[in-house]
Design a protein around this ligand. Structure first.
Ligand code: PGA
Length: 255
């Protein structure tokens, strides 16, 4: 079976104000040959305050880079001080929204139920969720990684129509590999991404499993991307630290 079109996403986390974001984006666009987009989708997920500037830049310079967000609320509007509506993101031409990144789960206490509500809200507004899952080091050492990931994916997809599951992106990110310089081996990453796909099959059926794109994330660098991308169940990468530098991120995209 032909592999799905890979998606390589840069998660800037809380880095780059809107002026830095413009510079980084211009450099990234310059570094990426037009041919690159024929074989890979590329998205950038800046902080909320950068979105409007990057939307305009993408539009004016006719860039092929896809605009993404890192998070959103599940309600369209209301008394939720500090939160951002998925409807507002849609208005900014955001196409991909990360839901349930481990930093949101750990630092901001997002539960599986909240993540599921976000996934449904993102889909409702015709954007694509990047649903994140992954185990801690303790869970891995206790042989609980498979069960953790199965549970997170199953909960995240609750109530999602099978046709929608097929166009979803799921990022498997072992927490011990995020920002640590420690990557899962390509074989381990493949094994876990296969578990993600098998879980999708249980929830949404074979077509959903064949269509869903599974990213690996956790210290992805120019030096390890090729090996990861050769794995049959890895369809891309969610890149944090290495996406901040346009040269490094371009090297990853053009692996
Ligand atoms: P990292 O972050 O590439 O810096 O490990 C990945 C992520 O948090 O998505």
């Amino acid at each position: 079976m032909a592999k799905r079109t890979p998606l390589i996403s840069g998660n800037w986390k809380m880095h780059h104000d809107h002026l830095e974001a413009i510079r980084v984006m211009q450099k990234l666009n310059f570094r990426l040959p037009l041919d690159a987009y024929k074989t890979v989708d590329v998205s950038v997920h800046p902080p909320f305050t950068d979105l409007r500037a990057l939307q305009t830049l993408i539009d004016v310079d006719e860039m092929s880079i896809i605009l993404g967000a890192q998070h959103c609320h599940w309600e369209d509007k209301g008394a939720f001080t500090g939160e951002v509506s998925p409807a507002f993101l849609k208005k900014l031409n955001v196409s991909l929204v990360i839901a349930g990144h481990s930093e949101r789960r750990e630092l901001f206490h997002e539960t599986d139920e909240m993540v599921n509500k976000k996934v449904l809200a993102i889909l409702k507004h015709e954007m694509t969720p990047i649903l994140c899952c992954g185990e801690t080091l303790d869970e891995r050492e206790a042989n609980e990684a498979d069960a953790k990931v199965q549970a997170q994916v199953t909960a995240g997809l609750n109530g999602v129509a099978p046709g929608d599951v097929a166009r979803l992106v799921i990022a498997y990110e072992p927490i011990w590999a995020i920002g640590t310089g420690r990557t899962a081996t390509a074989a381990d990453a493949q094994a876990m991404c296969k578990i993600v796909r098998d879980t999708v099959k249980n929830v949404g059926g074979s077509d959903a499993a064949a269509g869903v794109r599974v990213q690996y994330g956790g210290s992805v660098k120019p030096a390890n991307i090729k090996e990861l991308m050769e794995m049959p169940d890895i369809d891309g990468a969610l890149v944090g630290g290495a996406s901040l530098d346009p040269d490094e991120f371009a090297a990853i995209v053009t692996y």
